[in-house]
Write a protein that binds this ligand. Structure first.
Ligand code: NAD
Length: 275
C-alpha cells in the first residue's frame, strides 16, 4: 500500500458515522490499517438518535474496500474497562497503534443556568473524560515505541462560547487543555498531540430535526433556514464543512508532514473564529 500513512495503524473513536467515519476512510485511502471504535447505540439524554451497529460495520466494510486491514470494536469511551479492552484488541490484531483520533462525542443544549446534573455530567463524561480515557489507554503503546500521533477532535467552542452550550463549551475547552498537557508530556517520547477544531460539520449531530428546531427557534426549521444562520456564523461564504474537510486536517496532523507540530489546535472553521 502506498500513501501518506502507508504501513501505519490507526484507532479512530466515533467511527460509526460522521467525522470519525470520514477519518477512518481517509486514513485507509492513505494506506493505514484502521481499528474502529464506537458505542453504536443511543446515548441516554442525547436528543437525537445514536449510531447503530450496522453503521459501524458499514464503516468497516468501506475501510476494507480500500484494501487495508480493519476491525470494528463496539466500546464506550467513558468506561475504563470497555475502552481499555478495545485498545488492547486493536493492538493484538494490528500489532500497535501509530495514530489515534478521538471523534466520539455527543451534543445536547440548554441555558447555562438550566442544564440538569445529568446533561452536565454526561457531556463531561463523553466529550472530555472519554477523550482522556482513550488517550490514556493508547499512550503506553506509543511511549514504548517512541512514536505516534494523537489528534483530538475539538471544536470552535474550544476557543469561544455559544449560547445554550455551556457544558459543551467547557468540555471542549478541556480538550484544548488535554491537547497541551498530553503534547507536553508525550513530546519526549516522540509522540505528537494536536487537535482539529471544526465549525459546524454536516453530520447527524447537528443535522437532525431537534437541533435544527433549537437553531431556528421553532418546530419544523428547514435546512435552508439553517444555511442562512450558518452563513452569518462563519466568515467564508460557505454554510458548513463536510466530514472529509475535518478528516483532511486530521490526516495532515497524523502524517509525517506535520512532524514538527505538537500541542496546537487547528481550527477548520470557515473563518468563524475571526468574528
Ligand atoms: N458536527 C459538528 O458540527 C461538529 C462541530 C465541531 C465539533 N464536532 C465534534 O466532532 C466529533 C464527532 O462528531 P460528529 O459530528 O461526527 O457526530 P456524530 O454524532 O455523527 O458522531 C459521533 C459518534 O460518536 C459515537 N459516540 C457517542 N458517545 C460515545 C461513547 N460514549 N463511546 C464511543 N462512541 C461514542 C456515536 O455513536 C457517533 O457514532 C465530536 O467530538 C463533536 O463534538 C462536531
Amino acid at each position: 500500500m502506498s500513501g501518506r500513512l502507508a504501513g501505519k495503524t490507526a484507532l479512530v473513536t466515533g467511527a460509526a458515522r460522521g467525522i470519525g467515519r470520514a477519518c477512518a476512510l481517509r486514513f485507509a485511502e492513505e494506506g493505514a490499517d484502521v481499528a474502529l471504535v464506537d458505542i453504536a447505540r443511543d446515548v441516554p439524554g442525547v436528543p437525537y438518535p445514536g449510531a447503530r451497529r450496522e453503521q459501524l460495520d458499514e464503516t468497516a466494510r468501506l475501510v476494507a474496500e480500500r484494501g487495508v486491514r480493519t476491525l470494528a470494536l463496539p466500546a464506550d469511551v467513558t468506561d475504563t474497562v470497555s475502552i481499555g479492552a478495545a485498545v488492547e484488541a486493536a493492538i493484538q490484531d494490528l500489532g500497535h497503534i501509530d495514530v489515534l483520533v478521538t471523534a466520539a462525542g455527543i451534543d445536547s443544549w440548554g441555558k447555562a443556568w438550566e442544564l440538569t446534573d445529568e446533561q452536565w455530567q454526561k457531556m463531561l463524561d463523553v466529550n472530555l473524560t472519554g477523550v482522556w480515557k482513550t488517550a490514556r489507554a493508547v499512550s503506553p503503546n506509543m511511549i514504548a515505541r517512541k512514536k505516534g500521533a494523537i489528534v483530538f477532535i475539538g471544536s470552535v467552542l474550544s476557543h469561544r462560547a455559544n449560547k445554550e452550550f455551556a457544558h459543551y463549551t467547557a468540555a471542549k475547552h478541556g480538550v484544548l487543555g488535554l491537547t497541551r498537557a498530553f503534547g507536553l508530556e508525550l513530546a519526549p517520547f516522540g509522540v505528537r498531540v494536536n487537535s482539529v477544531d471544526p465549525t459546524v460539520v454536516f453530520t447527524d449531530m447537528v443535522m437532525n430535526q431537534a437541533y435544527l428546531d433549537r437553531l431556528g427557534g421553532h418546530p419544523g426549521t428547514t435546512l435552508d433556514e439553517a444555511r442562512e444562520y450558518y452563513l452569518r456564523w462563519n466568515t467564508l461564504p460557505i454554510p458548513w464543512t463536510e466530514p472529509v474537510d475535518i478528516a483532511n486536517a486530521a490526516l495532515f496532523l497524523a502524517s509525517e508532514e506535520a512532524r514538527a507540530i505538537t500541542g496546537v489546535a487547528l481550527p477548520v472553521d470557515l473563518g468563524a473564529l475571526l468574528k
